[in-house]
Design a protein around this ligand. Structure first.
Ligand code: FES
Ligand code: FES
Length: 155
């Protein structure tokens, strides 16, 4: 076992993990942060997306030991004082989810997209989210939500 020390959603944790433990399994099974989900076993769906030091990563492709000494943000840390984050509100306003399974990863990836490009075109949003798959929505309303969060007011 290896000791890691990590900030997750603003809280400091020190834990023992196996060197092979994936970050997504650490988040879900040791910290109980089940808002971050596993949708595939091929690193292709993006449902497990979190931020590592502010940049979105697929947490099924990162070892927990690689997060040692770093800052992790998950979907569970976005709302403050019971208020949805504007990106979460935009997904709600634009009916951007059906089953909701892709939504945590979609939102985390969308936030990273806007950090790098605050006023993306529709094409840039689609390109930016290409690593995140949704089986339900056809993506149109997800694009609208990102446009609203970027200030375009789609709902
Ligand atoms: Fe990580 Fe699918 S669970 S990419
Ligand atoms: Fe069901 Fe995206 S809302 S997979």
């Amino acid at each position: 076992m290896t000791r890691i020390s990590v900030h997750v959603d603003g809280v400091h944790y020190t834990d023992e993990v196996e060197p092979r433990t994936l970050l997504v399994h650490y988040l879900r099974e040791q910290l109980g942060k089940t808002g971050t989900v596993v949708g595939c076993d091929t690193s292709s769906c993006g449902a497990c997306t979190v931020h590592l030091d502010g940049t979105s990563v697929k947490s099924c492709t990162v070892l927990a030991v690689q997060a040692d000494g770093h800052e992790v943000a998950t979907i569970e840390g976005l709302a403050t004082d019971g208020e949805l984050h504007p990106m979460q509100q935009a997904f709600t306003d634009n009916h951007s989810l059906q089953c909701g399974f892709c939504t945590p990863g979609m939102i985390m990836a969308s936030l990273d997209l806007l950090k790098d490009n605050p006023s993306p075109s529709e094409e840039e949003i689609r390109d930016g989210l290409e690593g995140n798959l949704c089986r339900c929505t056809g993506y149109q309303n997800i694009v609208k939500a990102v446009q609203q969060a970027a200030g375009g007011e789609q709902a």
